[in-house]
Design a protein around this ligand. Structure first.
Ligand SMILES: Cc1cc2nc3c(=O)[nH]c(=O)nc-3n(C[C@H](O)[C@H](O)[C@H](O)COP(=O)(O)OP(=O)(O)OC[C@H]3O[C@@H](n4cnc5c(N)ncnc54)[C@H](O)[C@@H]3O)c2cc1C
Length: 408
């Protein structure tokens, strides 16, 4: 039996290894647009590769129907994944946060070991080969690239991801392949990405980084709260809390909903206590400028912007700030609102949301419900995971599910 795998990422590689181990007679060709397979794994986790998470469930994913992931995650749970890693010679480092990294702390070891395994199993790899179309005639599939065509495949796996990180050859051709087989897809959007907002003080705040509580409002409704780092940038905001909140924010933006975030710089201090602290500070040093005193509690880029927002003169002395102004300062620090206008786009995103509709794919075999012999796995599907190793875990698990199915 001849199998073609379009996309040698996490999903495609695991599918190839799994199926070939189960059925040595399979002829498997992996096609990848990059010069080598596994490029995105190499870039993951800043080169360290947050490869998985010990606590994975459907609640860690976003998509039209996240229950779709349950079967694959159950069959290929963390223990099964750990065993798979051992079988290719990869040891893991499990952190207290449940995040999992290669023991070597290098994504390179993951990719090298996967490639070794692919080679030793006799799986063929066509690199620098961008597949342009997939067709099915008389029960076999033909793949076409710019100058060549590859014929007579009994089964084809589409595991070529989506558009996040186009600098790594990511693209949306998987959507075209799916559409050409009459599959429908949900709108794609960049996810785990910085958020843009239109305010005139970005340059003045650029570089400010603080642990904050970030609340996300979609069409006026509070949808999510995340505690973590916020980094002010020249375009808006980034940092771990923002990346996390970007998943729902970006999805809402793609649906043209109104998106706002509110940043609480002092989540552990309630607004009245914060006002009292500012008042006490001002009372203790009444002749000092308020802008100078605020540097005692805030990064030095914030006070001038804060005073502007609260319409207080930069020259005002502490003794001249009245109670109403103190309340305004504490209110602003507790709920610094930003209207989100856009994301930083696919180029800066870790993953893509949206993709091939899971309702049209079997949740056990990952075979198309429309075309026999056609399979989808990994990010190309309308499933996107939270930050923390969940995206790779879904790619591994869905690849494993396909690997089992196509081996028969
Ligand atoms: C910078 C960055 C950091 C990340 N860090 C993490 C992390 O630490 N933990 C985590 O869980 N997730 C992380 N992710 C997300 C994770 O890497 C992906 O979700 C996962 O790799 C998706 O795997 P996949 O196999 O579905 O697709 P991909 O890994 O995207 O593989 C698809 C492959 O298909 C190839 N391809 C595309 N189109 C074609 C075509 N037409 N013909 C032939 N080949 C084609 C591409 O070259 C690519 O190699 C990160 C992503 C990025 C960009």
């Amino acid at each position: 039996m001849r199998i073609a795998i379009v996309g040698g990422g996490a999903a495609g590689i695991v599918a190839a290894i799994t199926s070939k181990r189960l059925n040595k007679d399979l002829h498997i060709d992996i096609f990848d647009a990059n010069k080598a397979i596994g490029k995105k794994i190499l870039a993951s986790g800043n080169g360290r590769c947050n490869i998985s998470n010990t606590q994975v469930s459907a609640s860690n994913y976003i998509g039209e129907d996240t229950s779709f992931v349950e079967h694959a995650l159950k069959v290929f749970d963390f223990k099964a994944f750990e065993n798979f890693c051992k079988s290719i010679g990869l040891l893991l480092d499990i952190k207290e946060t449940n995040k999992v990294y290669p023991l070597s702390n290098e994504a390179k070891s993951v990719v090298n070991l996967l490639i070794l395994s692919v080679e030793s199993l006799g799986i063929n790899v066509y690199t620098s080969t961008l597949i342009k179309s997939i067709q099915k005639n008389n029960n076999t599939f033909t793949l076409k690239c710019e100058n060549n065509e590859y014929k007579n495949y009994d089964k084809v796996l589409v595991s070529n991801g989506l558009g996040a990180a186009p600098q790594l050859q990511a693209n949306e051709s998987g959507i075209d392949f799916a559409n050409s087989f009459d599959h429908s897809c949900n709108m794609t959007y960049p996810s785990l990405v910085g958020l843009q907002s239109e305010v005139d003080y970005h340059n003045r705040m650029q570089g400010v980084k603080k642990e904050c509580l970030v609340s996300l409002y979609i069409d006026g409704q509070m949808e999510q709260e995340i505690y973590g780092d916020v980094l002010f940038t020249k375009y808006g905001v980034s940092g771990f809390a923002i990346l996390d909140i970007s998943q729902l924010a970006a999805q809402a933006l793609s649906l043209y909903q109104d998106v706002k975030i509110s940043i609480n710089f002092f989540p552990k201090i309630n607004r009245n206590d914060l006002a009292n602290q500012i008042q006490n500070l001002f009372k203790a040093l009444p002749q000092q400028k308020a802008s100078d005193l605020l540097i005692g509690m805030l990064s030095n880029k914030i006070p001038s912007v804060l005073l502007d927002i609260c319409k207080i003169s930069h020259e005002a002395k502490a003794k001249d700030i009245n109670n109403k102004q103190i309340k305004a300062l504490s209110y602003q620090l507790n709920s610094w609102k930003l209207k989100i206008t856009d994301t930083q786009g696919f180029k800066h995103a870790e993953v893509s949301g949206g993709g091939v509709r899971t309702a049209e794919v079997d949740n056990k075999t990952y075979e198309s419900k429309k075309v026999k012999g056609l399979y989808f796995a990994g990010e190309v599907l309308d499933i996107v995971g939270n930050r923390g190793g969940f995206n790779l875990q879904f790619a591994w698990a869905s690849g494993y599910a396909v690997g089992n199915a196509i081996s028969k």
